[in-house]
Design a binder for this molecule. Structure first.
Ligand code: NAP
Length: 325
């Protein structure tokens, strides 16, 4: 396949440098309006493009992939998470799938720390109070939060982003690191982060002052944090989620925040984005960000170029560097 004939679709706007990189090499269709593509538009794209570069706002399921003769041979996803893509259906249709691991690790770990600090220090509440003109001035008991120093941070999943978060929390904030993951990290990683692996999720939740979620989304982790798990958390504990919205049962979370069982939550992701569970919108104890984990200029550009590197490999018939299917 010659690269000048490769038809590539970007389903959303990308940072300019990454869009230009691809446009110089391939026959690229851009989405200048940046509106999410409908299921119908996506389905038609599978008949018209060699490569589709989707992202988390595209739901690529069996209906979209369809049974018609497909032109698409590669989905070069913009993002590390791929729970919006039906991987089994792609395998069945002989469509390769790649993602962009690593380049967004630091930005997302930074955002986990942002949420942790905002939740612990009541930063959202304070900003809303000030902007609403309700601030009456400094006083010794005003908006007292909690400190992170010396507290236990429980990480659920212990991959790239969890370890980068552990690094910040331990070396920057003096937190004690606990983790729960199906497989253990190497002794060297555990030593560097002073991290202790716990046998069960329940053990982790019982011992953590702050819990931060870093598992992939999908069927296996859906509602992993539900009624039993939230009941296991320490009274007043903080829950942070930069993973995927489906990992938490948000009705249970809202009830626990309302009753005071949980101290606060910091969330970046939601089960049916861009919808945000209304039960959370009303709660001061919930810090709610609009899926900003990887949203830095540096990282978004790197994600685009990383996806482009996979398109290049596909075009030249080389092994795909970030192949997940
Ligand atoms: P990663 O390096 O693959 O880490 C995932 C971790 O989860 C691994 O430690 C994995 O270890 C563990 N895990 C997987 N399934 C599990 C299960 N059922 N129970 C317990 N642990 C499980 O991925 P990453 O780069 O850190 O990214 C993690 C997730 O963050 C992504 O999948 C994505 O959804 C999300 N993310 C969000 C943003 C954002 O903007 N908010 C940005 C980037 C990424 P084992 O398989 O050994 O258990």
């Amino acid at each position: 396949m010659t690269s000048d004939r490769l038809r590539v679709l970007l389903t959303r706007r990308w940072p300019e440098a990454a869009e230009n990189y691809l446009a110089e090499r391939y026959d690229v269709t851009h989405n200048r309006e940046d509106t999410p593509m409908t299921a119908d538009e996506l389905a038609r794209a599978f008949e018209a493009y060699d490569v589709i570069c989707p992202t988390v706002s595209d739901n690529i399921d069996t209906d979209v992939i369809g049974a018609a003769p497909l032109r698409t041979r590669l989905l070069a996803n913009f993002g590390v998470g791929f729970d919006h893509i039906d991987i089994a259906a792609c395998k069945a249709a002989k469509i390769a799938v790649t993602n962009t691991p690593g380049v967004l690790t630091d930005a997302t770990a930074d955002l986990a720390m942002t949420l942790m600090l905002m939740a612990a220090r009541r930063a959202g509440e304070g900003e809303r109070e000030l902007r609403d003109g309700r601030w009456t001035g400094w006083r010794p008991t005003h908006l007292m939060g909690r400190e992170l120093s010396g507290k236990s941070l429980g990480l659920v999943g212990f991959g790239r982003i969890a370890q980068a978060t552990a690094h910040r929390a331990h070396h920057g904030f003096g937190m004690k690191i606990l983790y729960y993951s199906r497989s253990a990290a190497t002794p060297e990683i555990e030593r560097n982060l002073s991290a202790k692996r716990l046998d069960t999720l329940e053990d982790l939740l019982r011992q953590s002052d702050v819990t931060s979620l870093h598992v992939p989304g999908g069927a296996e982790t859906k509602n992993m944090i539900g009624a039993t798990e939230i009941a296991s958390m320490k009274p007043g504990a903080i829950l942070v989620n930069t993973a995927r919205g489906g990992v938490i049962d948000h009705d249970v979370l809202a009830a626990a925040l309302k009753s005071g069982a949980l101290g606060a939550a910091g969330l970046d992701v939601y089960p049916a984005e861009p919808a945000v569970p209304p039960s959370l919108l009303a709660l001061d104890k919930a810090v709610l960000l609009p899926h900003l984990g990887s949203a830095t200029v540096e990282t978004r550009e790197a994600m685009g170029l990383r996806a482009a590197a996979n398109v290049d490999a596909f075009a030249s018939g080389s092994p795909l560097p970030d192949r997940i299917a």
